[in-house]
Design a protein around this ligand. Structure first.
Ligand code: SF4
Length: 511
């Protein structure tokens, strides 16, 4: 059997999780240059650029959500696909052990995390045969925040702000713009979309995701689709959704469209939204040894060019002097003085809590005193570390999508006296009312900036609710100068609501 195959796949996973491909780096570099540095969008992109460089230099995950590993494998005739599949699965488990992938495979009935990214349907591995002599493996890591913003339209349809979308290419254009507008910052914009016109509901989503294996700078060989791609790119970047949904000049870094035949009765437009942390790479391996013969999407093993100069990386978060220092326990007076747009630097204790913790707190008292405290919507990557006092070290810790906690958040603020919720993408009307009633704020951290925020964590002081698995447990952190932006305050103001309305008004003009 192929002695080097396992190691080659581990290398592929490691590099994909930690080093963005050159086409994505180029698109993000353009986004950085297009936003004035002093704006919210500019500050968000500076943190993202720094995070990309830090992940590459320490070989740590770019984002803590390392997503659903999806492999597209082409094999020569006669290759043993059963053995190759088992080796790819073993490589996924090994990369998880090494902290390059977060344990992300959860039993949908019991809620139990398998701990090694293996389970029914995880990872996704598709095989195809080809007549070439070697094996090709392409990998995409697409996280939950952007996966949840995928959309499928059945045409004809009536769309907010855009009116009727017919069964035409113009109807397709409207669907894509609608999906980008609807995603706002929840999928960690600026993102890229893979689109399928036609197919059925399942093949449509699959083909849409396959479009994400194209490079962002290629040209569609079908001139009709190439024209729609160009039109969408120009229109979407007028929407002013902006990085993280903060408003700004770049909302989309790529639009790739494919088409499948459909039934006469159906006309689906399926959209796979990927975030700025667009992790996609590939390798070719020798079919006898399993050794890597070629890297895809990048120039061999040549190191990636940094996004920022070395000085800019070591300078850290660019301060303006107007930042507000916050340290728990936070008082009602401090919270009421904060307004949308303020940048805060949090120091002191912070507790993580996401889906399982929120559901738990609706029925049980918290394991720690949360009064005046800071709750962080985050599922970190953590590793055992006997050299630290807590015995754990956080290796990646960006925010997760907050809107999932909308059904619980206002009640948790009220019951337990939490003063600040940190997450990304914003929350809805119920939470906004809860912030006002209980005296609390919502703070938007920069989605995907997992290495940047891991460096703001001085130490792990404890952990509760480990029965939910490491991403869902409540981690007790001690942080220092953790930057975030007030996007929902205790006076009823929400930047997310404002940007959604303003970009909706722009969408009207693109009918
Ligand atoms: S960058 Fe955002 S959307 Fe993408 S995987 Fe990370 S948290 Fe999810």
């Amino acid at each position: 059997m192929l002695p080097d195959f396992l190691d080659s796949v581990v290398q592929l996973i490691t590099r994909t999780s930690t080093d963005l491909p050159p086409d994505v780096r180029a698109a993000m570099g353009m986004a950085v240059r297009n936003e004035p540095a002093e704006t919210r969008a500019g500050q968000a992109l500076a943190i993202i650029a720094q995070n990309i460089d830090e992940a590459n230099s320490c070989e740590g995950p770019i984002c803590q959500d390392t997503g659903m590993p999806t492999f597209e494998v082409k094999v020569p005739l006669g290759a043993n696909q059963i053995w190759l599949r088992s080796q790819i699965r073993e490589a996924v488990a090994e990369a998880t052990r090494r902290g390059k992938l977060r344990p992300n495979s959860v039993d949908s009935i019991t809620g139990e995390n398998s701990g090694n990214n293996l389970g029914p349907g995880t990872p996704i591995i598709h095989f195809d045969q080809w007549e070439a002599p070697d094996i090709e493996i392409k990998l995409i890591l697409k996280g939950g925040g952007c996966e949840n913003t995928n959309a499928q339209y059945s045409l004809p349809a009536d769309l907010d702000h855009l009116g009727r979308a017919d069964r035409t290419l113009d109807g397709v254009r409207k669907c894509i713009l609608h999906a980008v507008w609807k995603a706002q910052g929840k999928g960690c914009s600026p993102g890229a979309v893979g689109v399928c016109v036609g197919g059925d509901r399942t093949s449509g989503y699959l083909h849409a995701k396959e479009q994400l294996f194209r490079t962002l700078d290629d040209t569609n060989p079908d001139p009709r689709l190439a024209e729609i791609e160009a039109t969408v790119m120009s229109a979407a970047n007028k929407l002013a959704v902006g990085p993280m949904g903060f408003s700004g000049n770049t909302s989309l870094i790529g639009c790739k469209i494919g088409a499948l035949n459909r039934l006469p009765a159906s006309f689906f437009v399926s959209i796979a939204y990927d975030c700025w942390a667009f992790r996609r790479l590939g390798i070719k391996v020798d079919a006898r040894s399993g050794a890597i013969t070629e890297w895809l999407y990048r120039e061999g093993t040549k190191p990636s060019a940094p996004m920022l100069s070395p000085d800019a990386v070591s300078a850290g978060f660019a301060r303006t002097g107007r930042e507000v220092a916050l340290r728990a326990p936070i008082t009602d007076e401090q919270i009421r003085s904060l307004k949308v747009g303020d940048v805060v630097l949090i120091s002191g204790p912070m507790f993580t809590g996401r889906d399982a913790v929120h559901a738990h707190l609706m029925k049980h008292d918290p394991p720690v005193d949360l009064r005046g405290g800071v709750l962080y919507h985050c599922g970190p990557v953590v590793a055992k570390d006997s050299s630290t006092s807590g015995g754990w070290v956080v290796t990646a810790a960006g925010p997760t999508t907050s809107i999932r906690e909308e059904p619980y958040q206002a009640e948790i603020l009220k019951r337990y006296g939490v003063r600040a919720v940190v997450g990304k993408g914003g929350m809805g009307a119920k939470t906004l009312a809860g912030l006002k009633e209980s005296g609390a704020v919502y703070l938007n951290a920069i989605g995907g900036a997992a290495q940047f925020y891991a460096r703001c964590i001085d130490r792990v002081t404890g952990v509760s609710l480990m029965q939910f698995g490491t991403p869902e447990a409540m981690w007790h952190l001690e942080v220092r100068d953790f930057p975030a932006i007030v996007t929902m305050d205790s006076h009823g103001n929400s930047l997310h609501k404002d940007v959604e309305e303003e970009s909706g008004a722009i969408l009207e003009t693109l009918r």
